[in-house]
Design a protein around this ligand. Structure first.
Ligand SMILES: [Zn+2]
Ligand SMILES: [Zn+2]
Ligand SMILES: [Zn+2]
Ligand SMILES: [Zn+2]
Length: 390
């Protein structure tokens, strides 16, 4: 039935006799696929392989393939991949037709790219690339930011025992607007928030919206990719289970430490500082946090965890971002099995000494020692600056 449909819809041109009878076998020209890759310039600077991983409203509007990413082979009647082409096109058309609050508010073109955990959407013409001449498209940015953020989301799932698509609910929206007007309208009319800075709604149904031209980001492609990756664990951890955010429940170390940790794990460096959340924009120890934390702990013998593990987000000083990251680094490396219960305890507002005792079997002085020993064993005295990927 599906094959018949493929034949009638998908093979307008019949050039030459079909090769072989019965099942469609394609031809030599299409590598026996029955279809060939779409070469329409519509796809711009986004590789088809990236498109194939996700649902994308831009791909869905391609005049040649309608999002299928392949078109009928002109030299044959179709082949084993013809039915899949039709199915993918139908899937993309259905995705593009889904109502979307930002699209309804602002009108087209609002681009949307959806993965397993996240929906990245927005209106961006082009951004600033690493070289002066580079002007990567907003479409490419949404794809690359989604790919990297989905890698972070997979790690978050694994560490907290989340289940893709179920816990936390997905897709979680991250929206990027080049024009401040768009961002402000979204905030005012969809979120009910005032102001114009980037916004995180941290509850069971979280949302992130930002103006890419904001002073802090200045349309910088790599900086904005880092922003998306950094924001992903913030939103997922808040959304999980009871939808409670731990950043104002005395567990800012967990919220921020994890965000810094996944950003570095995925991108190889930390670029995003959550600056509005810190006292200053200073980059602590030039961002070399392993050697920095080791040195800092060596110079400060007083117990640190009792205070650090009880702070609220606005209270975190620059060095405490690094220390929080290090505590998370220690837990995720040495005690990963404890993480789901640690997050649950933090959401319930339990003091750190409770989960340290229950999950790690460590009272406070012993926990401090264990973390400090681990830092001494694990972090170098001197650290080289990581190479920029782009
Ligand atoms: Zn062919
Ligand atoms: Zn796309
Ligand atoms: Zn196409
Ligand atoms: Zn953050």
């Amino acid at each position: 039935m599906i094959l018949l449909l493929a034949l009638t819809l998908g093979a307008p041109m019949q050039v030459g006799p079909p090769e072989g009878g019965g099942a469609l076998e394609g031809c030599r020209r299409c590598d026996r696929r029955g279809v060939v890759d779409c070469t329409d310039a519509w796809h711009g600077d986004v590789p088809l392989a990236w498109e194939a991983e996700v649902l994308c409203s831009v791909a869905a509007s391609c005049p040649s393939c309608g999002g299928a990413l392949v078109v009928d082979c002109a030299k044959c009647d179709g082949g084993p991949e013809s039915a899949a082409m039709e199915a993918r096109r139908a899937e993309l058309q259905a995705f593009a037709a889904k109502p979307h609050p930002a699209l309804e508010l602002l009108g087209p073109p609002v681009m949307r790219v959806e993965g397993h955990h996240l929906e990245l959407a927005g209106r961006i013409r082009a951004l600033r690339g690493p070289k002066k001449k580079d002007r990567p498209s907003g479409h490419r940015f949404l794809h690359e930011a989604l790919r990297e953020s989905e890698r972070a989301a997979d790690l978050v799932d694994a560490h907290f025992g989340f289940e893709v698509g179920k816990e936390p609910p997905s897709p979680i929206p991250l929206w990027f607007w080049q024009d401040l007007d768009d961002h402000v309208r979204v905030l005012h009319e969809l979120v009910g928030a005032t102001g114009s800075g980037d916004l995180k709604r941290l509850d069971r149904h979280p949302l992130f919206s930002v103006c890419t031209a904001d002073d802090q980001f200045q349309d910088d492609y790599a900086q904005l990719v880092a922003l998306a990756v950094h924001t992903t664990p913030h939103l997922m951890m808040a959304a999980a289970w009871d939808g409670r955010w731990v950043g104002d429940q005395g567990a800012a170390w967990l919220d921020e430490g994890a965000a810094h940790w996944y950003e570095e794990k995925v991108l190889g460096e930390r670029r995003h500082l959550c600056v509005e959340e810190t006292y200053t924009t200073e980059v602590w120890e030039a961002g070399l946090w392993r050697a920095g934390v080791r040195k800092y702990l060596g110079r400060n013998a007083d117990p640190m965890l009792p205070r650090l593990l009880a702070l609220q987000l606005p209270e975190l000083r620059p060095e405490e971002h690094a220390l929080a990251w290090s505590v998370y680094d220690w837990l995720v490396t040495a005690h990963p099995e404890a993480l789901p219960e640690v997050l649950k305890a933090a959401k319930a507002g339990a003091p750190a000494r409770e989960w340290l005792r229950d999950q790690l079997g460590l009272a406070f002085p012993r926990a401090e020692e264990a973390w400090r020993d681990w830092v001494d064993e694990t972090y170098p005295r001197k650290e080289k600056r990581p190479k920029r990927r782009r």
